[in-house]
Write a new protein. Structure first.
Length: 295
């Protein structure tokens, strides 16, 4: 079928008149009538019933009209998407994530995103407690646990790995542990109590290599970011996600062949927000920033 003939057919059906359609399309009535006749010959069926006041669709004409209408809507939607891609997005976007990930990985990259989209208004809402996106406190979230709410859409982001780290100053003073038993001689900093742990088995550093009991930590902090600051300041050794120390050359991975628990992160949003242009842009930016990393 010729698409030009289908467009002509669609306009005649919408206007219920060959004369009105000819004016709108700027085509002579005779030329327009020939296109309709040719289309009917091609399809081997009548599409209109002609009468003095105009035209009425036949049953097969109705079927064709609905099909062409759907095609037109799809094309209009595609054109809108192309237009959206060419125009600069604007407006607020609130992103919820953990304190550790937000402070050390995401915050340093926000400026790069805003350089590309200066009309965006970005807010970071950092909390180690899971907030309900349905309350519209935030638009999207990056989480370290799979969402349990059935009405949330989520996509795997990156898998973070944990290793033991210490500052170069601390290791110069206390020595570098050469085996698991050497951990018994070191100050160990662990996750605190009172708040839910962002990952399971977070205190693995206290138990590894111990048949019974566990090591006693020097102190606990209810924040992985707080733990990283303590390590930076020479307080001791801690299990930290690799992303948190990737740009800190003064932090050294010790016992590098020993890996702690890894955990999957997720990009999360609500059903009503899924077609939002702001979300699409930020999601693409986030995945592009992480594509070459193994955390």
């Amino acid at each position: 079928m010729d698409w030009d003939k289908l467009k002509t057919f669609y306009e005649v059906a919408i206007n219920k008149s060959i004369s009105k359609a000819s004016i709108k399309l700027n085509i002579s009535q005779s030329a327009l009538s020939r296109q309709i006749q040719d289309l009917e010959i091609d399809l081997k069926t009548a599409l209109f019933i002609r009468h003095q006041k105009g035209v009425v669709l036949t049953e097969q004409g109705e079927n064709l009209f609905n099909t062409v209408k759907d095609i037109n809507l799809s094309i209009a939607g595609f054109e809108k998407k192309l237009l959206d891609k060419k125009t600069k997005p604007s407006g607020k976007l609130i992103i919820n994530t953990t304190v550790g990930f937000g402070s050390t990985w995401l915050t340093p990259r926000i400026n790069k995103f805003l350089d590309q989209f200066p009309d965006m208004d970005i807010s970071l809402l950092m909390s180690d407690e899971e907030i309900d996106l349905n309350n519209r406190v935030a638009d999207i979230a990056v989480r370290v646990k799979k969402p349990t709410q059935g009405n949330l859409i989520f996509k795997k982001f990156v898998n973070f790995h944990n290793h033991i780290y210490g500052s170069s100053d601390y290791l110069k003073e206390k020595g570098i542990p050469r085996n698991i038993n050497d951990l018994n001689k070191h100050n160990l900093i662990c996750f605190g109590i009172g708040l839910p742990s962002p990952i399971s088995n977070i205190d693995w550093i206290l138990k590894i290599g111990k048949e019974k009991g566990k090591r006693r930590p020097k102190f606990r902090v209810n924040s992985i970011y707080g733990m990283s600051l303590a390590v930076e300041n020479g307080a001791g050794l801690a299990s930290l996600p690799d992303y948190m120390v990737a740009d800190k050359p003064h932090l050294v991975r010790v016992l590098p062949n020993i890996e702690g628990p890894s955990y999957q992160t997720y990009f999360v949003y609500t059903e009503e927000f899924k077609n939002d242009r702001r979300l699409e842009l930020f999601r693409d930016f986030l995945y592009n920033e992480a594509k070459d990393w193994r955390y």
